[in-house]
Structure formats: C-alpha cells, structure tokens
Design a binder for this molecule. Structure first.
Ligand SMILES: Cc1cc2nc3c(=O)[nH]c(=O)nc-3n(C[C@H](O)[C@H](O)[C@H](O)COP(=O)(O)OP(=O)(O)OC[C@H]3O[C@@H](n4cnc5c(N)ncnc54)[C@H](O)[C@@H]3O)c2cc1C
Length: 302
C-alpha cells in the first residue's frame, strides 16, 4: 500500500468543509482543502440564523473561517476545482483542474448544491435582496409585507402556506395554469391565499427591491418580496463518480456520522441534507471530521 500525501482531502470550503478542516487540523491530521469559490449563498447579503453571527455577510463569515484556519499548519488550502476522484489502494486519488493528482487516506466531499433559480426576467437582479427561496433564512426581513410565491403544485402551495407565518398578504403566482388539486385550492382559499395563473413577463424593482410583477397581458401586481420554490442539484458530480448512493430527493445518502456507502468516503453539508442551513452544514462537517479521525485512529492503533 503506497503512502498517501494527506490524511484527508476535503473538497469544498463552504461551512461544512471549513468546519471539518478546523477539527481535523486541530487533531494534527494532514489536511488538504480545495475550493472552486462558488458558495451557494453568494447572492445574498446577510446570513441569518447562525447563533452569534446572525446578519453577517456570507463572504465575511467565510473570510473569518479561512483566516482562523491559517493558525494550523496542518491544513493546506487550495483555490482550485477537483475535477475527478477515484478509489486507490491507499485510499483516494483526486485530480485538480491544475493537472495535479493528489492522494489521501480518507475523502470528505462538502461540495454543496446548486439551485435551479427561475429564469424570470428581472429576477436575477433581485435574488438575495427581495427575492428568496428560504423563509427561515429571509422571512423575518419580509414579515408583514405584500409577498408573492412563485411556484406550482404541491411545493408551491406548501411554500405559500408556510409563509403565512411571516405575512398574511400572499399571492401564489403559478406563471401559467395552476397544477393544484381541488383540496390544495380549498386549503389555499381557507387561508386567504389567492392563486394568480397569469404568465409572468418580468419582475420590476429598484436597487434590489421588488416593486411589481408585470404579467404578459400588461397587468401588474404590486409586491415587496417574492419567495420561490424550485429544484436543486448536486454542486459536483464527484459523489456520483465515486459511486455514492442517493436518496429519492437527490441528496447523497449518508448513514451515521456522514459516512456514505463507499468505505472511507464522507459527505457533509447541503449535498447530503434537506435541512440546509449554514449552522447545520458546519455541524455536519465537525461530525464527519470526528468520525474520519476515529477511523484513522482505528487503522493506526490496531
Ligand atoms: C440565496 C441563499 C440564501 C441563504 N441564506 C441562508 C441563511 O440566511 N442562513 C443559513 O443558514 N443558510 C442560508 N442559505 C443556505 C446556505 O447557503 C447553505 O446551507 C450552506 O452554504 C451549505 O454549506 P455547504 O458547505 O454544504 O455548501 P456551500 O456553502 O455551497 O459550499 C460548497 C463549496 O464547495 C465548492 N465546490 C463544489 N464542487 C467543487 C469541486 N469539484 N472542487 C472544489 N470545490 C468545489 C463550491 O465552490 C463551494 O465553495 C442560503 C442559501 C441561498 C442560496
């Protein structure tokens, strides 16, 4: 069995990967952490719901985490994409965008997810400022405002009902024929949420603040904010390439302590979870780090 260059390679330096690097670095493990600099929440200005850091800019949160890692010479950060990975006799071998190949005994993927943001004209300029996808992250700032929900079917109506906690002035915009069952329509009606099926032409706003939804028939609806429900996909194809199993919702399946079905391979953060918060991702990273360290200890001190 050849000698690995690192004890652990972490792919992804978001909250999950950085948290794992901190625990493993402090445990004197030789850690490489690679990042392609595409954090999921880049479009938002404030990170909410993280104890002691409520409202911090996401970039500042990452800057602080990276700065604190510099105290540990055990951790080597690299700003580069990992384009491939495979199992080898000594553990794992990864290929970097730079052309280098590196090896480690264990591999942690903290590669996150990518959101399918609706392609409505004008939405991109408002995303993260008055158009959001997660009420837990941004609902408080939009409380009691006139809001639209962009969505359809069960997820659209579910999001609309959920948002009644934050505002009672809600309109579900389906951007075309509603795909809602009679019982879903009745439930929305009971909670005074009208359904608007008109095709949306664009969102109009100033300085990131939504002002109105303009429909294809020329009509418009004044709204101060919008929440949308749409899909998401894995941030990297590495879990698939390495043979991970997936849940029906498209998350990487992990068992106890973020272990995947592939020996020695761990996945933490959004890539493996439906509750997708920074604090949860960081906790999972820490959990994976301890499990990885224990696995290494078992091998070394058998
Ligand atoms: C608009 C928006 C607002 C949000 N607001 C909040 C909020 O207020 N509060 C909250 O708790 N959560 C919020 N979230 C959710 C939060 O962003 C995620 O839960 C969190 O970022 C997950 O952390 P992670 O480490 O799993 O993934 P990420 O933060 O997505 O980090 C993954 C990292 O992996 C890197 N990567 C991927 N593939 C590779 C590869 N092949 N090689 C190298 N690097 C790779 C990416 O570049 C990225 O830096 C928000 C999300 C969005 C989209």
């Amino acid at each position: 069995m050849g000698e690995s260059q690192f004890d652990v390679i972490i792919v992804g330096a978001g909250p999950a990967g950085l948290s794992a690097a901190l625990i493993l670095g402090r445990a004197r493990r030789r850690v490489l952490i690679c990042d392609s600099a595409r954090p999921r929440n880049a479009s938002t200005r404030h990170l909410h719901g993280f104890l002691t850091r409520d409202g911090i800019a996401p970039a500042e949160f990452l800057r602080l985490a990276r700065e604190q890692l510099t105290a540990y010479e055990t951790v080597t950060p690299r700003e580069t994409e990992v384009i491939d990975g495979r199992q080898v006799a000594s553990g794992f071998e990864i290929s970097l965008r730079t052309g280098e190949q590196l090896t480690s005994r264990k591999l942690l993927l903290a590669t996150g997810v990518v959101d399918d943001v609706p392609t409505v004209t004008g939405l991109a300029a408002l995303y993260g400022r008055s158009v959001f996808h997660c009420p837990y992250c941004d609902g408080w700032e939009m409380r009691d405002q006139p809001l639209a929900i962009y969505g359809n079917g069960e997820t659209g109506s579910g999001l609309a009902l959920e948002l009644t906690l934050w505002s009672r002035d809600l309109v579900l915009c389906t951007d075309g024929p509603a795909q809602l069952s009679a019982s879903q329509l009745q439930r929305l009606d009971r909670h005074k949420i009208p359904v608007n099926e008109k095709r949306i032409e664009r969102l109009a706003g100033t300085d990131g603040v939504l002002e109105r939804i303009v429909f294809a028939n020329g009509e418009s609806l004044a709204r101060r904010g919008m929440f949308f429900s749409s899909g998401q996909r894995q941030g990297s194809n590495l879990p698939e390439k390495l043979g991970c199993e997936f849940t029906e919702q498209g998350c990487v399946w992990t068992g106890e302590y973020e272990k995947t079905s592939v020996p020695g391979l761990y996945v933490a953060g959004d890539a493996s979870r439906l509750v997708q918060f920074v604090i949860v991702a960081a906790a999972e990273g820490a959990q994976a780090a301890v499990a990885i360290n224990k696995e290494l200890l078992e091998e070394d001190l058998s």
